[in-house]
Design a protein around this ligand. Structure first.
Ligand SMILES: Cc1cc2nc3c(=O)[nH]c(=O)nc-3n(C[C@H](O)[C@H](O)[C@H](O)COP(=O)(O)O)c2cc1C
Length: 162
């Protein structure tokens, strides 16, 4: 059944039928690590290698990325729902107990199944969000990994075997 809906809440419910992966976007201010959960991540270009992330304008993470000029997309695996919930909360000290890999100018989560480090190429207006276009500087992934998914307002895992 397809319903015609017109409120913000119902638009979110409709777009919630678009299953996504779950990521933690990391950056830093000085030596302080910053991170937030985000599903609005998409490959953009292969030549040059680019991706986009969309971040709400009111979030501190948006300001931090714009100022630092570098961020990482950390793709979460199916066992990382606690990490997704932790980084979706608006609170300090999100990195307590979270293992990170240094050396890329931004923290990379050790438990991520894939990570892409980017420099900000453009910050474009997108309604109440900012669309960051990232030039890819580093990428890596774990083979045989399974993703954490988000669908209809809930975290999920793939329902099929490898
Ligand atoms: C599954 C999931 C996906 C999300 N995706 C996004 C997103 O793509 N962009 C965004 O701005 N916020 C997104 N959020 C909301 C942020 O994670 C949330 O506002 C967080 O508190 C931001 O961190 P901050 O307040 O420390 O900046 C998402 C939340 C969840 C649970």
């Amino acid at each position: 059944m397809i319903e015609t809906l017109d409120t913000t809440v119902d638009f979110r419910a409709t777009m919630g039928r678009l299953a996504t992966g779950v990521n933690v976007i990391t950056t830093c201010t000085g030596s302080t690590p910053i991170g937030m959960t985000a599903s609005a991540v998409c490959t953009l270009s292969l030549e040059p290698l680019q991706l986009i992330v969309c971040i709400a304008n009111h979030l501190y993470t948006r300001t931090a990325i714009a100022e630092h000029g570098r961020f990482a997309v950390n793709v979460l695996g199916e066992d990382s729902e606690p990490l997704a919930r932790n980084f979706a909360a608006s609170k300090p000290d999100k990195f307590v107990g979270v293992e990170t890999i240094d050396g890329h100018g931004v923290p990379v989560l050790k438990d991520a199944i894939a990570a892409v480090v980017c420099d900000v190429a453009e910050a474009l207006p997108g309604g109440d969000h900012t669309i960051f276009v990232g030039d890819v500087r580093h990428f890596e992934h774990k083979v045989d990994s399974r993703p954490l998914l988000y669908f209809a307002g809930a975290f999920r895992a793939l329902g099929v075997p490898d």
